[in-house]
Design a protein around this ligand. Structure first.
Ligand code: GDP
Ligand code: MN
Length: 304
């Protein structure tokens, strides 16, 4: 018997290019999931990046809701991977169950978004993202697409469109469709306020905070005067317009795997008074990777 086999991976052979399909680049799609939405799965299946190059990773809490979501997810995986057409099947799928408690027992939107619940909630979300990332990132991963479980609509070309900009991390604008009772028509409004350009006012607020305090965006009680990508949709709607950002949201977010390999993660603590995805943008920046955003390129969040 010889020595045990050693597998060598040459990381410099793993390309990360603006033409990832031509270069057969592997994409890891990571989704923290508290609830299963059929619309999320249907939209995921419609992504036309070659599925044989895609690995899916999920992390779900061990709550009653998390158990129900796991069951529903597994049923869809079974259908797609075993019964559905070959071209729909993904390379591999990993499901993790969280080994720590969720921050809020109620997942209802009003409860989730209460300012008092934010720090604990975002801490748990950051830990869930880190756990998922560190157990799934492989030696052949070129790109990581963070995609929340309640993103129900995106262009089918999402991955290749975002990658074509060749940015270390890039985030589309997350909107929500709703019924406008005044006009009696369907309309849309911004949903995610975590993609922003920093402001003097926010810097000053942070300077007066303790090291464990966090700045939050989208709360009247904490006026940051940051420039929010949510409000930067332009008239001509050129969907390739890119802007530099200081904070990013994680509802949909494409990251070059090297950014994570360098050590950029989702701080589950106050990092420059920022936490989770916003803290991640800051950490990437500190590592020399500039975050970018696409104000006119939209994905849509479920409307509860
Ligand atoms: P919001 O849209 O900013 O209110 O955030 P969500 O509550 O939608 O959470 C973001 C993502 O994380 C979604 O995909 C949720 O399904 C998922 N999520 C929320 N809470 C938890 C949790 O406690 N554990 C895990 N693993 N995922 C969660
Ligand atoms: Mn959400």
């Amino acid at each position: 018997l010889g020595p045990p086999p050693v597998t060598h991976y040459k990381l410099n052979n793993v390309t990360i290019t603006p033409d990832p399909i031509a270069n057969q680049e592997h994409v890891l799609i990571l989704t923290p999931m508290a609830r299963f939405y059929q619309e999320y799965w249907d939209n995921l299946l419609k992504l036309n990046y070659p599925h044989e190059l895609i690995t899916l990773g999920f992390i779900l809490p061990k709550t009653k809701e998390g158990n129900a979501a796991t069951t529903a997810l597994q049923a869809q995986i079974q259908r797609t991977q075993k019964q559905g057409p070959e071209k729909d099947r993904f390379k591999s799928i990993i499901i993790l169950r969280q080994d720590f408690e969720p921050a809020v027992t109620s997942q209802d939107e009003s409860e989730r978004h209460k300012m008092a619940n934010q720090k604990a909630r975002r801490e748990v979300m950051a830990k869930a993202r880190n756990s998922l990332l560190f157990t799934t990132l492989g030696p052949s991963t070129s790109w990581v697409l963070w995609l929340d479980a309640d993103i129900v609509e995106s262009p089918p070309t999402l991955i290749q469109d975002l990658a074509s900009h060749d940015k270390p991390l890039i985030v589309p604008n997350c909107f929500q469709r709703y019924y406008d009772s005044d006009t009696k028509k369907m309309s849309e409004r911004p949903y995610d306020y975590n993609s922003w350009q920093d402001s003097e006012a926010a810097q000053q607020l942070a300077a007066q905070m303790g090291p464990d305090d966090i700045l939050l965006e989208g709360y009247r009680e904490m006026a940051t005067y940051r420039a929010l990508m949510a409000y930067m949709v332009t008239e001509q709607a050129d969907d390739s317009l890119v802007i530099p950002l200081d904070g990013v949201g994680g509802t949909a977010l494409l990251v070059k795997a090297d950014v994570h390999r360098d050590g950029a993660m989702f701080p589950p603590f106050a990092f420059y008074n920022l936490i989770e995805t916003e803290g991640f943008a800051k950490m990437a920046k500190r590592l020399g990777w500039q975050p970018w955003g696409l104000p006119n390129y939209k994905v849509y969040h479920y409307n509860e």
